[in-house]
Ligand binder design. Structure first.
Ligand code: ATP
Ligand code: MG
Length: 260
């Protein structure tokens, strides 16, 4: 990995960019994953590179929904394994959810590389999606493969950094779908039941923290959190946040400004 000086004003952005490149070198991340990462970075600039209130609200509802679920599954792809492998495992444990490797550009090598990476953090963890035998209706062969004991049976699924078509197909199957996606305008963001508009590198640690905090809440309380959640309002609030932020920046002026 290229050494980035800590003093660089965009250290963390460069750090995660390197993680994605490393993910590709390890055979986990697809070329298209590099492009998707850049798209995410662009939206993070607009949001302000922090967890905004609508994202915190979505995270809380998502954690509540997962704690209530009967067969919760967290999907892992090449970008997720490159950015947050350790946090993915922590989250699965905190939410008592199953992990499934599920790829848009599925190759057996990529699946094995991701499995290897996850096992570095827990050699014994159950990982689904190695031999998927079922298919999501409406998606072509490779793109639709899912594990019979994972996404196929799940009532609640977390599909971060996911393609819009697959998100929509899962919703059509009757799954309750949670996504993490920095682009509030993407099809995934618009189709999911709960959309966490945040960088996964911030959202996952926060979800782990909240899961530990909320898992002793009475189920009735968790149900109330889910029932009172409104994803349409969340997405609108994200758009308004971006608009208001840009208006403020434009009025203050950004020329030669060091921090945004
Ligand atoms: P869609 O298919 O949903 O319309 P898309 O085709 O633009 O969106 P995909 O490549 O299918 O995008 O999905 C990847 C999504 O993940 C993008 O919306 C991108 O903004 C988002 N993304 C990329 N990196 C991150 C990240 N680190 N955290 C959160 N979201 C991210
Ligand atoms: Mg897409």
């Amino acid at each position: 990995m290229v050494k980035i000086p800590k003093s660089h004003p965009r250290y963390w952005s460069l750090y995660y960019r390197e993680k994605i490149i490393e993910g590709m070198e390890k055979g986990m991340t697809a070329k298209a994953g590099l492009i998707a990462h850049g798209r995410g970075e662009a939206f993070d600039y607009l949001i302000g590179e922090k967890t905004i209130e609508p994202a915190e609200r979505a995270i809380r509802a998502a954690v509540a929904k997962f704690l209530l679920a009967e067969w919760p599954v967290i999907s892992v792809n090449g970008n997720v394994a490159a950015l947050v492998p350790k946090e993915t495992i922590e989250l699965a444990k905190a939410l008592n959810a199953k992990l499934e490797i599920n790829l848009f550009y599925r190759t057996e090598e990529r699946v094995r590389a991701i499995e290897r990476e996850l096992r570095k953090y827990d050699p014994n963890i159950e990982i689904l999606g190695i031999n998927p035998t079922k298919r999501i209706p409406g998606l072509e062969h490779e793109r639709g493969k899912v594990d019979e004991n994972g996404i196929w049976r799940a009532d609640v699924v977390l599909v971060p950094l996911e393609d819009g078509d697959r998100t929509e197909a899962l919703v059509k199957m009757g799954k309750f779908v949670v996504t993490v996606d920095l682009n509030p305008l993407s099809r995934s963001a618009r189709m999911a039941d709960i959309t966490i508009v945040d960088n996964i590198v911030r959202a996952y640690p926060r979800m782990v923290e909240l899961a530990k905090e909320m898992r002793n809440l009475p189920r009735e309380k968790l149900r109330k959190i889910v029932e009172s959640y409104d994803n349409g309002k969340t997405l609108s609030d994200v758009l308004l946040h971006i608009r208001n932020r840009l208006t403020e920046l434009a009025e203050e002026g950004i020329w030669r400004r060091k921090e945004l």
